[in-house]
Design a protein around this ligand. Structure first.
Ligand code: FE2
Length: 389
């Protein structure tokens, strides 16, 4: 093990004839970086535009034989000289520490990002809850609420205006509405001849919306304008937690639902025929869980599972539904007029209990994009971090 006196530069080693460099970071240990990676990630003015940080060169502008001929380290800066360009470029050591990739922690299939936390009925007081007026006026309150939405895939707002279209103001807090064939927003109340079962008084099994779209709407907002009917409570279920439970009980079943695509379809309106082919549990190539699609109403015939795996696939599909239906998984609440909730529609399933004809129930719903929400949150976090420094 290396030891360094305080104030002395940390050691660096040029490896493999300049193909890589090893740096030691206090508290983090030794991390190797390839010469080609460093050169591609240079922040000098010839590589990245000073104003917007966009890259000015393509990989083709960097020689394949790029290697390191010299390197020196002083405090927070690393100077690296690259050949055959014979250019010396400075790096911020903190940036390198934050972007080091030399770690090989094995990750189980279905791991989730550190910024999120899965939950069940025990979510309780940790529900992301804020006042509409407060998050509209105060950026710190908005940041805290968006942070909760990112973490739990779900958040509630109270105290909003009781007026048609107010849900668009919720979307405007962080981004933009995603318009679909259902319009900019849609009405959720009893219809005599519904075009979609969502518009009746029937209870609905917990589901993600619109899995027949590609890409799916990544956020849904439901906003309450009237709710005096018997029943009609909303509930949410963390699909990631449901998938984790399935994986613990039945790893093979989990794998089948991630490996094969289901098919979803909606052709309930004139001129509309939406189809998508995607897995019910979607993993990134490195096994990160990134999406759940579960919706019995729009499930189409599954034709991408080989005969020998179909029985196991159906058993896993059934079990995932049972887990989703388990009351130990659900968080239930009844909205009052002016209240709304948002779900990450790639993760959190929503449902409503049946309601009777007595009284009235009127919700409005719309879709929005999660990248916009995450962008607004990241910008607020950056600003807060800069203000604290
Ligand atoms: Fe829905």
């Amino acid at each position: 093990m290396r030891t360094q006196e305080q104030g002395m530069p940390e050691p660096l080693e040029i490896l493999d004839g300049g193909a890589a460099i090893a740096l030691t970071f206090p508290g983090r240990g030794r991390r190797r970086f390839h010469a080609i990676w460093l050169r591609d990630n240079a922040w000098d003015e010839a590589t990245r535009a000073p104003g917007n940080g966009q890259k000015l060169i393509a990989l083709r502008d960097i020689a394949a034989a790029t290697h390191i001929s010299a390197a020196t380290r002083e405090a927070d800066r690393l100077q690296v000289t690259f050949q055959p360009e014979n250019r010396t470029i400075a790096y911020d050591m903190r940036w390198l520490a934050d972007h080091a990739y030399d770690h090989a922690e094995p990750r189980a299939s279905g791991w989730t990002a550190p910024a999120i936390e899965t939950w069940d009925a025990g979510l309780g007081a940790r529900i992301t809850l804020a006042d509409f007026g407060t998050v509209s006026r105060h950026q710190a309150a908005l940041g805290a609420w968006l942070h909760g939405v990112r973490r739990y895939g779900f958040g509630k707002l109270t105290g909003g205006p009781v007026e048609s279209g107010a849900l668009l103001r919720v979307a405007a807090l962080f981004g933009y509405v995603r318009e679909t064939n259902y319009g900019k927003h849609f009405e959720v109340r009893t219809e005599v001849n519904p075009s979609n079962l969502a518009f009746t008084g029937l209870g609905l099994q917990a589901h993600t919306d619109n899995p027949y779209r590609d890409p799916v709407p990544t956020l849904q907002i439901l906003y309450c304008l009237e709710n005096s009917a018997e029943g009609g409570e909303n509930m949410v279920v963390d699909g990631f937690r449901a998938a984790e439970r399935l994986r613990e009980e039945n790893p093979r079943g989990f794998e089948l639902l991630t490996r094969y695509c289901a098919r979803f379809e909606y052709a309930g309106g004139a001129g509309v025929c939406l189809r998508a082919r995607r897995p019910m549990i979607e993993l990134a190539p490195d096994g990160e869980m990134i999406g759940i699609r579960f919706n019995n109403r729009s499930a189409a015939a599954i034709t991408d599972v080989p005969y020998d795996d179909m029985a196991g696939y159906y058993a896993a599909y059934r079990r995932l539904g049972e887990i989703i239906d388990d009351p130990a998984m659900e968080v239930t609440f009844k909205l009052v007029p002016g209240e709304s909730f948002i779900v990450d529609n790639t993760r959190v399933l929503h449902a409503r209990k049946g309601y009777s004809g007595a009284g009235s129930r009127w919700l409005q719903g719309c879709y929005a994009d999660k990248d916009g929400l995450l962008s607004t949150l990241a910008a607020i976090e950056t600003q807060q971090k800069e203000a604290a420094e």
